[in-house]
Each structure stands twice: as structure tokens, then as C-alpha cells.
Design a binder for this molecule. Sequence first.
Ligand code: SF4
Ligand code: SF4
Length: 196
Amino acid sequence: MINYSHIKSLQGRLTVNKILLYKIAYRMLENSTPLNIDCGSLCGKACCKGDRDMGMYLFPGEEHIFEVLPEFFDINPTGVMIGDIRQLLAVCSGKCSRSMRPLACRIFPLIPYISSTGRLFIIMDPRSLHICPLSRYSDIKTLNQFFVRDVRRVFRILMQDREIRRYIEHLSRILDDYRSLFSSLAKTGASEEIIS
Ligand code: SF4
Ligand code: SF4
């Protein structure tokens, strides 16, 4: 019979699994960058200029990776639901410790996308268009392809977690609305990957 303590221990194990997955993801993307030069020098670090209402959305359970919240950011719940998951927003001061920056910062301006047929793509995040010159003036093929590869590898790993996969599926339907602004997948420079 499954009782409350079993459920709590299962939840604990699931959280530990997520922490491990995110630690792997953080490590894989530690030194991987969109260009071979510091792209922040091109735009004045536009993606780091948030305010109290702007920031980076955490992936499901990513908050558990921070045993102690880094000084440079707060994590705030938002009213945004992606499927059944409430979005948490990391709001920073515009400076951070590189080794502690959230996953969304590490992959920006890319985002994972699952098509209606269940295929995983890595695309330019259409929400980054108004912030990032790489997104506005170029496409995924002009980015450092090692970076694109690393992001793809990271999400192949993270998708092993059912909740993260479900989250990406729901997020993708929202991205569809943004992407409908574009005429085709090619325009957002999709990098194709079949989910195993
Ligand atoms: S906004 Fe784009 S170009 Fe600028 S630092 Fe961020 S990722 Fe690089
Ligand atoms: S956490 Fe760091 S990388 Fe992310 S937006 Fe803030 S300053 Fe930029």
C-alpha cells in the first residue's frame, strides 16, 4: 500500500533526479556561448537588463538546484501557468556569478520546441526577437554550432524527466502563437532532432 511517507520519499527522489539533471545541464553549458566572441559586447548585454517584472523563467524544479539563493537574484512566483506548472521568474540585478546563472540564461536566445508530431527542435526563441540582435538579425545557422549542439544534447538529457518534457510540450504550444508571426519553421532556423 502507498502511504504519505512513500509519496514524500518519491517526491524527494524525483527532486534529487531533477537536481542531478540540472547540474549536468549547467556543467555542459558552462563555457558554451552563442558566438565565439562575447556577444554581450555587441548589444551591451541586452538580455541581462531586466527589472523587477522581467527576468528569466526557470524550468520545472530548477529552483531546487539552489540550496542557498544566490545574492544576485530572487525567485518569484508568477501568474503564468505552463500546463499545470506555475512559472517561477528569476529576477537578477544585471550581474551574476557565471557558474550560478539559470538554464534560461545559458541557452538564450535558443529554446527547446516539441512539434505537434513529438519531434524535438532547438529554435531561436521567438520571444527573444525584441531583445537579442542575434535573434533579430540572424538565424540559428550563424550561431556557434557547438553551442547549438550542446543545447540540443542538454535537452535530450532533460527530456528524460517527464515533467520537464510535459512542460516543454506545453511551452511549445505557446511558442506556436509567437511563431505564427513568422511564415515558416525555416525562418526561425530550426535545428531538427528526433526524440528517441
Ligand atoms: S541579447 Fe543576445 S547578443 Fe546580447 S548578450 Fe544576450 S544572447 Fe548575446
Ligand atoms: S542571471 Fe546573469 S546571465 Fe542571467 S540575466 Fe541575470 S546577469 Fe544575465
